[in-house]
Design a protein. Structure first.
Length: 317
């Protein structure tokens, strides 16, 4: 099971959402609060979704099924390529071609064409073509390579797809929903969680956040592949595994709550210290004013005695 700490999530900025004016009301249950018009995502829900996703991906990989990693936005493209290569996972990082899942046979035929062009170039037969024909063939190769290079090893429909920012990859999500393929998505405060089977609320724009969440899910896939090869001891029974997952989930959620509470306590302490300073200043002002009033009273008493002495002889006369 993936191991991580809430401190890592905080340092990666996973809890930062979009501006409050851009939010999707369906994300209300995943939002902790609002600071300076920026929504703060509830890390308890992030931990819960991440643990559920890692557990599902591990079981999927242990059964020998493929996982497709999708992220074509500028912030996630390099991360998707690096993590896909590390975990030997099919991935799409440049552009999602319409019909990648629903018209899978055509995609496989284009990959076959890519293999033909590579063999043509490696065998040296490309030199027998004219310069114009060779240039046209190389342009075709570069185009297929850019869009479909990450799908070389995807020979059948994937068991699940992992999507970074489902709002941007809506075509991929729609195709997966149409075919009944489970969707795991890193969703921000402006996304629609209804189309996602396992939502992971978090920041889908920060590179550190994408890197952290993606690496955890890839680690879960690798653990499942190792388990499928039989190089590790079998898992505990389902009841024990469920209890362990619930315990780790509760512990991680508790850490998230403590982190949020400590942040609130710090802000409260700062406010209390400022209030204490103000009250101290007020007390000193009151003390000074009281001492001044006492001095004035003391000075007035002799003057009053003198006035009485002056008035008494007048009465005797």
């Amino acid at each position: 099971m993936a191991s991580f700490s809430v401190k890592e999530l905080l340092e990666a900025g996973v809890h930062y959402g979009h501006h409050a004016s851009r939010w999707n009301p369906k994300m209300e249950k995943y939002i902790y609060g609002k600071r300076n018009a920026i929504h703060i995502i509830n890390l308890v829900e992030t931990v819960r979704g991440l643990l559920k996703a890692c557990k599902f991906l591990k079981k999927l990989a242990a059964r020998g099924e493929d996982v497709l990693l999708v992220g074509t936005k500028r912030q996630s493209s390099a991360v998707v390529v690096a993590e896909g290569q590390r975990g030997d996972i099919p991935h799409v990082s440049e552009r999602w071609l319409g019909g990648t899942l629903t018209n899978f046979q055509t995609i496989r035929s284009r990959l076959g064409r890519l293999i033909e062009l590579e063999e043509l170039e490696s065998s040296g037969r490309l030199s027998t073509y004219s310069k114009k024909e060779a240039s046209t063939l190389m342009r075709e190769k570069r185009k297929i390579l850019r869009n479909l290079d990450g799908l070389r090893k995807l020979e059948r429909q994937p068991g699940a797809i992992v999507v970074i920012d489902p709002r941007r990859e809506k075509i991929a999500v729609m195709e997966a929903n149409k075919l009944g393929i489970p969707v795991i998505g890193l969703i921000d405060s402006d996304s629609d969680p209804d189309r996602i089977n396992i939502p992971i609320p978090g920041n889908d724009d920060a590179i550190k956040s994408i890197q952290l969440i993606t690496s955890m899910m890839v680690n879960a896939v690798l653990e499942g592949k190792v388990q499928a090869r039989g190089t590790v001891t079998p898992l505990h029974d389902s009841a024990g595994e469920a209890g362990e997952t619930e315990a780790s989930e509760a512990a991680a959620a508790g850490e998230a709550v403590e982190a949020a509470a400590s942040a609130e306590d710090k802000s409260g302490e700062q406010e209390e210290s400022s209030k204490t300073d103000d009250s101290a200043e007020t007390k000193t002002d009151e003390t000074e004013s009281a001492s001044k009033s006492e001095e004035e009273t003391a000075s007035e008493e002799p003057a009053a005695e003198e006035s009485t002495e002056k008035t008494e002889p007048k009465e005797e006369s």
